[in-house]
Design a protein around this ligand. Structure first.
Ligand code: SF4
Length: 452
């Protein structure tokens, strides 16, 4: 890290994002019997699969158009047509979800036309999303692929009365979070279709039997039927709103945008929306879980109250996380996302100011180099974000609570939800314990206590 302030206006140093196809690939894995297909070179596809595999610690499969110099010069149409034919013949998916890479986007391959000219077996489907990585982030790629699910597949059957059912677009969250959102919705007695849904795909159990397509994922038929639902909940503006709006426009399904239910308020909002829209009764179990969170906040507040925290990561995770740490009485001093979208700065800034905090920095399209420079000027007590912050944590000797994507150097996290009331307890536990560990490590011998 150089001495003094370095202003960099071109490019990013240690970006808080990765490229669009990673999000598109993750979304595609949430369709049952889907093979994601990367229309570009093998290197991109290998990197994207590896990154997802390292985070989820589960194998991620995807095929590639395997561009060589020829395709790079003359376009990748022939490669994609051959790939579609071969993939259906050999790997037998129900659906192929194609995403582009920087290379195929720069060439300008016309995906809808190539797909129309391809041999697609009866009853099988090919969808596509444009995911150029010189724009947006993995969250934009996720959003584009979920929107493609709607534009290609969703349909409104005129003769069908709208089903008393909610579509839930969960956002770019772990399978455990999707599982938790489904558990909450089920416990309210509300029928749902979640799409995409990576539960039982990227958190599937070991069965001692290899299955190329695990039993999870939303079926093509279910995605088609989302057009007949009564309501859509789009969780996370950056990852889910575009698909929710497309479903509204295509099939007339009203869409309520909500935050990803991280923290007390965002979870309350999800439950109260379902309660109002579906006349649902909140079960005692959920009320009990909420009460446990409030009780825990009272029991533990002195561990974190007034502590300064830097939060970085994907906007749909960071926004509700900031809301929750404010509920906890912490001070979000620096907040960064790498994903574009000026609404981030307005939304996060408004929440922090409403809490009466004036001295803070919020930045969209920021990077970890920015964050490190700010921390050198004035440090914080805690970092919350993905694995990439570990270098700042080590250099500046600040505890790091790993939340978000990707987490490449810790285990089990994809199975542990941070959403819902259970997720609140987990976040409180991680934050409290990181600060207590730090206190144990740093205090003088005479202050070293059994009970803190
Ligand atoms: S070339 Fe583009 S799509 Fe491929 S890995 Fe790099 S940023 Fe991602």
């Amino acid at each position: 890290m150089p001495e003094g302030e370095v202003v960099h206006t071109a490019g990013k140093i240690n970006p808080v994002k990765t490229c669009q196809p990673i999000g598109a690939m993750y979304a595609a894995l949430g369709i049952h019997r889907c093979l994601p297909h990367s229309h570009g070179s093998q290197g991109c596809c290998a990197y994207h699969r590896m990154h997802l595999t390292r985070h989820f610690r589960d194998p991620v499969l995807a095929s590639t158009s395997s561009f060589t110099e020829g395709a790079s010069v003359f376009g990748g149409a022939a490669n994609l047509k051959t790939a579609i034919k071969n993939v259906f013949e050999i790997y037998k998916p129900d659906i192929i979800a194609v995403h582009t890479t920087c290379l195929s986007e720069t060439i300008g391959d016309d995906l809808p036309t190539i797909i129309k000219q391809s041999e697609v077996p009866e009853g099988k489907v090919v969808i596509h999303a444009n995911t150029p990585s010189y724009q947006g982030s993995h969250i934009t790629g996720f959003s584009n692929m979920v929107k493609a699910m709607v534009t290609y597949l969703a349909a409104r059957d005129e003769e069908t009365i709208r089903k008393k059912r909610v579509n839930i677009i969960p956002g770019f969250v772990n399978p455990s979070d999707m599982r938790e959102i489904k558990r909450i919705t089920s416990s309210l007695g509300v029928d749902m279709i979640m799409f995409p849904d990576t539960t039982n795909v990227l958190d599937s159990p070991l069965t001692a039997k290899y299955d190329m397509y695990p039993e999870g994922g939303t079926t093509v038929e279910e995605i088609r039927d989302t057009g007949n639902s009564r309501l859509t909940l789009a969780l996370g503006a950056w990852s889910s709103n575009a698909a929710g709006a497309a479903l509204m426009e295509k099939c007339g399904v009203p869409c309520v945008p909500l935050k990803v239910p991280i923290g007390l308020k965002a979870t309350d909002d999800l439950i109260m929306t379902l309660k109002e829209k579906f006349d649902a009764v909140v079960p005692d179990d959920l009320t009990l879980e909420r009460g446990q969170v409030v009780d825990t906040l009272i029991d533990t507040h002195f561990h974190y109250q007034g502590k300064k925290v830097a939060i970085y990561g994907d906007p749909d995770i960071v926004v509700p996380l900031v809301e929750f740490v404010l509920t906890m009485g912490m001070i979000p001093k620096y907040v960064i996302t790498g994903t574009p979208g000026k609404a981030f700065e307005e939304q996060v800034g408004a929440m922090i100011e409403e809490a009466g905090i004036e001295d803070y920095i919020v930045k969209a399209e920021g990077d970890l180099f920015d964050l490190h420079q700010w921390i050198k000027e004035e440090s914080v007590d805690l970092l919350i974000g993905n694995t990439y912050g570990k270098y700042i944590a080590r250099t500046e000797d600040i505890p790091l609570v790993r939340v978000g994507f990707p987490i490449l150097d810790r285990a089990v996290h994809p199975l542990m939800p941070i959403t819902g009331y259970k997720g609140c307890l987990r976040l409180i536990e991680m934050i409290s314990n990181a600060l207590l560990e730090r206190r144990d490590r740093d205090c003088l011998d005479e202050d070293y206590e059994l009970v803190l």
